[in-house]
Ligand binder design. Structure first.
Ligand code: CTP
Length: 399
């Protein structure tokens, strides 16, 4: 999506940095429109570096390109964070006296405003009336949080945390087609301990799973995220369970099965674990060889399918298969391997990708084949775009 982030001149302007980063990390194209006063609080250099786009707050440059109209038309979503009382008053009264307000008056995109000011200003009848006016015109207002304000005072008026603003803004443009559904996602890669300091692991970054969690959240789902050795910030998710080894993952999945409408398994699960985990630290003892005995882990996805069917539960199960093919790009081979896994694991969807050239790990984009018993479709794009299309396919199965 093309997202415009408006920044107005309040002390919370520094938090706009987190909002911009939140959107870009999800793969969105971001342009920032600071007011002149916002630039007293946060520098254009910071905004440019984080948005990867030139920042221009002046209505009277590049006039020949009629940029306020171009910006207004290309935006899919406009988020103003923080929004001061003065900005809200001007916007509510249609006063287009800077680039941001000109764009806002010219756009048909969804607009989300996150006010931040002292409690007295937030509760002033003028601000209350202006907010009501904006709401009545379809602007989404993200209510300020209660907490410490600029001085010693505290109360309602604080700008919510950037992650909350990002999630709330995105949910306003997505259909809430997962509203009332519980989605469990196991993301990352398991680690099987060898001793207390070493493990056998894998290269899964967890990014596709996190993108699924972001997409499901934006579409109204209750998201249970099982984070398997993931280092990235997950504070935007309310329900995160952290696990490391396959046995821990298995326990949490069993707990989630009865309460889930969908379980996504992009997790890279170790097929084997070390038979005798050394208590303490294995010592070299100058040995020239060391043999580790490995024993098979259960196939968790197949196990979930069996339990679901035995207990008459409803969860749709979605497996992920990273396949090394006889020749990279062999679409028929990928499809037949995905179909074989669909039946072997007795699940509703398999999302398969070709990792023959090792390119997919830790990347921000992905190319996959989504196979069900009746269809197979190819998807490529950012991991968030891929996530949304996987969810589209899942929703067809939920009905
Ligand atoms: N999976 C699982 N339990 C395991 C191994 C894998 O639940 N012990 C899940 C993965 O999370 C993934 C799907 O099964 O969603 C497919 O994983 P993959 O490693 O491709 O499947 P395997 O059954 O291990 O097949 P292969 O023989 O190709 O390794």
């Amino acid at each position: 999506m093309h997202i415009l982030v408006g920044v107005t001149g309040g002390i919370a302007a520094y938090k706009a940095a987190g909002v911009i980063r939140g959107f870009t990390e999800l793969g969105h194209t971001v342009k920032v429109l600071p007011t002149q006063n916002a630039l007293r609080f946060i520098g254009a250099t910071t905004l440019e570096a984080l948005s990867h786009n030139v920042v221009d707050s002046d209505l009277y440059t590049d006039v020949d390109s009629v940029k306020h109209i171009a910006l207004a038309q290309e935006a899919d979503l406009i988020v103003v964070a923080p929004a001061t009382a003065a900005f809200i008053a001007r916007y509510a009264n249609g006063v287009a006296d800077d680039l941001l307000l000109n764009v806002l008056l010219a756009t048909k995109a969804k607009v989300v405003v996150a006010p931040a000011m002292h409690t007295e200003m937030w509760q002033h009848p003028a601000t209350v009336a202006n907010i009501e006016t904006l709401k009545s015109r379809g602007v989404k207002i993200i209510e300020p949080a209660t907490g410490r304000l600029t001085g010693d005072d505290s109360g309602p008026g604080r700008l919510p945390e950037p992650d909350e603003i990002v999630a709330s803004a995105l949910s306003s443009v997505h259909a809430q087609d997962l509203s009332g559904k519980t989605v469990t996602i196991a993301a990352g890669g398991t680690r099987e301990p060898i001793d207390t300091v070493r493990f056998i692991g894998n290269r899964s970054s967890g990014k596709q799973g996190i993108a699924l969690a972001d997409a499901a959240l934006a579409r109204g789902a209750k998201v249970n995220l099982i984070a398997i050795n993931i280092d990235i910030d997950l504070s935007r998710f309310a329900n995160v369970t952290r696990v490391s080894a396959t046995a821990e993952l298995s326990t949490v999945l069993d707990q989630m099965l009865p309460v889930s409408d969908v379980i996504y398994m992009p997790a890279a699960v170790s097929d084997y674990r070390v038979a005798n985990i050394e208590p303490g630290k294995l010592s070299r003892h100058d040995a020239s060889e060391l043999e580790l005995k490995l024993i098979a882990n259960p196939d968790l996805l197949s196990g979930l399918s069996e339990k679901r069917n035995a207990l008459g539960l409803k969860a749709i199960l979605v497996g992920f298969a990273a396949e090394v093919l006889s020749s990279s790009g062999n679409a028929d081979e990928l499809k037949s391997k995905a179909n074989a896994k669909l039946h072997k694991k007795n699940v509703e969807l398999i999302v398969a990708n070709d990792v023959s050239n090792g390119a997919v790990f830790d990347q921000d984009s992905n190319q996959v084949l989504v196979v069900s018993s009746s269809s197979s479709i190819e998807i490529q794009g950012s991991k968030l775009e891929v996530a949304n299309q996987i969810i589209d396919e899942t929703i067809k199965l939920i009905g």
